[in-house]
Design a protein around this ligand. Structure first.
Ligand SMILES: Nc1ncnc2c1ncn2[C@@H]1O[C@H](COP(=O)(O)OP(=O)(O)OP(=O)(O)O)[C@@H](O)[C@H]1O
Length: 247
């Protein structure tokens, strides 16, 4: 079963149809990049998935549940990382994780927390440091460790690499691939074409609130000589609307 199944989604804002017939799905272990330019409808789609905006049409199922009917079950199934992850600045990484898990009624052993921090490669020196001093990358690692500890099957990432330097972005992509290998489904919303091509199994290009094109990563012998998993020229041309049919 798909962790996320969106079919013909329509969302109105300010009397205007912003998302207009968007369909996509994310399977366990799949990394889906929803790639689009400014104003294409990415944030509106995210808000609808989280049940924060009503639908004007279509359907959304998260782990088989409809966010409009079962918002609590849907929020339990999703680990949502906004562009800037919010942690309690005066608490350490360990204390933040314990605090948020406690709210969810989960009390992991110290060894489980250590294993999750190890899995996301959060520097052990940071585990007991105040999160107020953390970089964006460290905040994201803490939030992903938290997602793993509460066994959220779907990770929803909103512009995760904006503001990260190239090395930190590369580290983050490696972490997302790792998360996928653990069977977690990932929906990554981004305007970063190269980042999407680096990490995704599938890229969906969103334009005017719908999927204008979708590509699957090439594997093995289909990969280019450079090892690229997507044809970047095709992606660029589509992203820029080159060769688009006249409306
Ligand atoms: N509260 C609102 N009321 C009316 N229109 C809105 C509202 N929020 C967003 N919009 C419009 O909806 C369209 C899509 O916005 P959305 O934020 O979903 O796009 P986006 O792809 O996330 O863009 P960005 O990358 O710039 O964040 C834009 O034209 C925007 O002006």
């Amino acid at each position: 079963m798909n962790l996320l199944a969106i079919d013909g989604l329509a969302v109105d804002r300010g009397g205007r149809r912003i998302v207009d017939g968007l369909s996509l799905s994310v399977a366990p272990g799949q990394v889906y990049a929803l790639l689009g330019g400014n104003g294409s409808g990415k944030s509106t789609t995210v808000a609808a998935i989280l049940g924060l905006l009503p639908r004007a049409g279509g359907s959304i199922l998260v782990g088989g549940e409809d966010p409009a009917r079962a918002p609590d079950a849907v929020r339990r199934a999703i680990a949502y990382l906004p562009e800037n992850v919010a942690l309690y600045d005066h608490l350490s990484a360990r204390e933040n994780v314990r605090y948020f898990l406690d709210i969810a009624g989960i009390r992991p052993a110290a060894t489980e927390i250590a294993a999750a921090f190890d899995a996301v490669r959060l520097d052990p020196a940071a585990w007991d440091r105040r999160a107020g001093a953390f970089s964006k990358g460290m905040r994201q690692k803490t939030a992903i460790a938290l997602a793993m500890l509460r066994r959220a099957p779907l990770l929803l990432l909103d512009e995760p690499t904006s503001g990260l330097d190239p090395k930190a972005a590369e580290d983050f992509h490696a972490l997302v691939e790792d998360v996928g290998r653990r069977g977690i489904g990932v929906l990554m919303v981004t305007h970063d074409l190269l980042g999407a091509a680096d990490v995704a199994d599938r890229i969906g290009l969103i334009r005017d609130g719908r999927i204008a094109a979708e590509w699957d990563a090439m594997i093995g012998s289909d990969q280019s000589a450079t090892g690229a998993r997507f044809d970047l020229q095709t992606l660029y041309r589509a992203f820029q609307g080159v060769g688009r049919d006249p409306a």
